[in-house]
Design a protein around this ligand. Sequence first.
Ligand SMILES: Cc1cc2nc3c(=O)[nH]c(=O)nc-3n(C[C@H](O)[C@H](O)[C@H](O)COP(=O)(O)OP(=O)(O)OC[C@H]3O[C@@H](n4cnc5c(N)ncnc54)[C@H](O)[C@@H]3O)c2cc1C
Length: 173
Amino acid sequence: MKVLVIGGGPGGVISGLTSAKLGCKVVLIDAKPYSEIGHKTCGDAITLGPLNLLEKELHIEKPFGEEVADEVRQLKIKTQKIEFAFIGDGYTLNRHIYGQRLLREAEKYGVEVRPETKAIKAIVDSTGVKGAVVKKNGEKESYNIHAKITIDCATAEITEGVKAIHATEFIKD
Ligand SMILES: Cc1cc2nc3c(=O)[nH]c(=O)nc-3n(C[C@H](O)[C@H](O)[C@H](O)COP(=O)(O)OP(=O)(O)OC[C@H]3O[C@@H](n4cnc5c(N)ncnc54)[C@H](O)[C@@H]3O)c2cc1C
């Protein structure tokens, strides 16, 4: 089964890697050059929970060496309206370095990474999304990537006809 993943951030890489591990042929595209994938303006803080899960389920080693900026005991999220804390061990990451490792981990599982390739439109038929029209940086012509499953991890509404759903839920107890 062919899977198209749009976006090479943590969401895209983990989706691609998981699909490849299940035996799918995976193409992952990202609008950025390869060396820039994983870079994002972010707080870079993460608790151990998801990292333990990645280690257990996908054998992705926890951040180490230069990937770790600092080790923390509590993460506090503050906005103008709310403030809450995640209690527990975690890290602040050098997210770009860690993101580049995640990308290489996905490639080890056979994910084909196509950098500098932007999704511009979904290919939609009566049964749903069947891939995307994409364009490589610097090239005039776009081309189609057909896929049985398309996973949109671009954190934006990039595809005509497909509406991204953004939901946030805070669980208090
Ligand atoms: C200011 C800020 C602070 C944050 N702090 C934290 C924090 O401390 N801890 C935490 O856990 N989370 C934090 N987050 C949230 C975290 O950054 C996101 O949850 C995470 O990056 C989502 O990962 P992702 O893979 O879904 O998307 P992203 O990391 O955004 O990756 C999306 C990828 O898609 C690519 N892309 C976009 N459009 C296209 C296109 N049309 N075609 C192809 N590729 C495309 C981009 O180049 C990018 O590589 C923060 C977010 C922000 C904005």
